[in-house]
Design a protein around this ligand. Structure first.
Ligand SMILES: Nc1ncnc2c1ncn2[C@@H]1O[C@H](COP(=O)(O)OP(=O)(O)OP(=O)(O)O)[C@@H](O)[C@H]1O
Ligand SMILES: [Mg+2]
Length: 457
């Protein structure tokens, strides 16, 4: 590792140089800020030891310029008579440490090694975070997805509870994670509980924790999800599957902002942001007495609806191309193309399993198809079937009509390769009328044709 010592006192420079060279560092020196910047550009040190008080530009200003030039350089400030204010300022500007003079050899070595270790962790964290962000990226450019993303961005920084609803595999968990990631709690954990997967007699302990010996099998104290999510986000997934009994406990915890561990006496205060998700019609569950109305209103401060894939078929090419490159990279195979007619078929299928179903299909195709291009013949038989019944839900007639009209127009456009005249003829309407309707429903060719996905959030 290369260390640059910046100090106006020759004695400090030479003694530090000796100490660091003995430790195996290669050492450069500079006697002022300007000189140090030149050396940084030329020799690219990994670490800079920077004196605060120097003639010319001072240490703080030098630090600012170094970080501007390359934020990955580790900078440790050294100062004879540093004030707290100055130390705070230096840390804000990205210094890793602030060391007071006089410098003993041991101390300086320890602090440098600590800084290297801290920097390593920080870099790893950034990489890990990036990986997670990519893993949970929301792909979609259709108007409904743009609206959804705008809504996520506007509710994320608030502390409001959010209820996410939509069919299986539409991306509800992705939405929950995106809210957390864009919230003020993003550097705290995202704690997840799948209410459907945990047996009812265990869920209470899972949520609220228990004291040692509070029941048979409680060998040690356990910290529940509510406590783990303090100052963070708690994601209650499949909330519609929670028993009435557990619902009451959750409601109480929300209303009082505190709870007790099972077998515990002390109430524990927490500040938890709750995001919940369900594929059930919770309003109907309430009407039928399976879900507590008061809890429903507590959780549903901001409702977010994730539309099924069949209502945003413009996103299918984007999703397909995203999954194709993702799975090709993961499996170390050359990225395949997909034929136009195969893509058309994907866009006419009703996708009961939504994005998850599409994702699984593409993964299978990447592995199974041996040629460079995916053709209609490679697609499974169920894609050719029409849905037996369309699921009817209680939406307003106008919305139902609009949804149908939009989908019908889009399907026809795709089948006519976006030829407006032909589409209008097929639909039996005027071209101008078709243009007007496309505008009204936010249908445009650009999105459909886009093969490269833009990372959204
Ligand atoms: N818009 C999207 N962009 C990229 N990937 C997506 C998108 N929507 C869903 N996925 C992927 O599809 C799968 C299902 O998403 P997710 O688990 O968020 O859905 P869900 O609505 O929570 O499903 P379920 O109701 O079954 O719990 C995940 O692997 C997710 O990464
Ligand atoms: Mg889910």
């Amino acid at each position: 590792m290369k260390v640059l010592i910046v100090d106006d006192e020759p004695n400090v420079r030479s003694s530090l140089k000796g100490v660091l060279e003995d430790e195996g560092f290669s050492v450069l020196t500079a006697s002022n800020g300007e000189e140090s910047l030149e050396i940084i550009r030329k020799d690219k040190p990994d670490i800079v030891l920077l004196d605060v008080l120097m003639p010319g530009i001072d240490g703080i200003e030098t630090l600012r310029r170094i970080k501007n030039y390359d934020s990955s350089i580790i900078v440790l400030m050294i100062s004879g008579h540093g004030t707290i204010d100055m130390a705070v300022k230096a840390m804000e500007l990205g210094a890793m440490d602030f060391i007071e003079k006089p410098l003993s050899a041991d101390r300086i070595i320890i602090r440098i090694n600590q800084a290297i270790e801290k920097n390593k962790l920080r870099t790893e964290n950034i990489l890990l975070k990036k990986e997670i962000d990519e893993k949970y990226q929301i792909i979609g450019e259709s108007q409904v997805m743009k609206d959804l993303i705008a809504k996520i961005m506007s509710v994320a920084p608030t502390n409001s509870r959010v209820l996410i609803f939509g069919e299986n595999g539409t991306g509800k968990e992705l939405v929950a994670r995106a809210i957390h990631r864009n919230s003020k709690r993003s550097d705290r954990p995202f704690i997840q509980v799948n209410c459907a997967a945990i047996p009812d007699d265990l869920i209470e302990s899972e949520l609220f924790g228990h004291e040692r010996g509070s029941f048979t099998g409680a060998i040690t104290r356990s910290i529940g999800k509510f406590e783990q999510a303090n100052n963070a986000t708690l994601f209650l997934d499949e909330i519609g599957d929670m028993s009435i009994r557990t619902q009451s406990k959750v409601l109480k915890a929300i209303e009082e902002g505190e709870f007790t561990r099972i077998g515990g006496k002390e109430p524990i205060k927490v500040d938890v942001r709750i995001i919940s998700a369900t594929n059930k019609d919770l309003q109907q569950e309430v009407e039928q007495g399976r879900f507590r109305e008061d809890l429903y209103y507590r959780l549903n401060v901001i409702p977010i609806y994730v539309p099924p894939l069949r209502e945003r078929i413009e996103d299918i090419p984007l999703l397909v191309s995203y999954f194709l490159s993702k799975f090709s990279a993961e499996n170390g195979v050359k990225e395949k193309r997909i034929s136009q007619s195969a893509m058309k078929l994907l866009q006419s299928y009703h996708w009961p399993g939504n994005v998850r179903e599409l994702k699984n299909l593409i993964e299978r195709l990447v592995i199974m198809v041996s040629s460079d291009s995916i053709e209609v013949g490679d697609l499974p038989n169920n894609l050719f079937e029409q849905p037996k019944t369309t699921k009817l839900s209680a939406v307003e007639l106008r919305k139902a009509k609009n949804d149908f009209e939009r989908e019908y127009i889009l399907q026809t456009l795709i089948s006519c390769d976006w030829n407006i005249t032909e589409t209008a003829k097929k639909l039996g309407i005027e071209r101008t009328n078709l243009h007007r309707k496309m505008k009204q429903y936010g249908i445009s060719r650009k999105k459909d044709e886009q093969s490269k996905y833009e990372p959204k959030i």
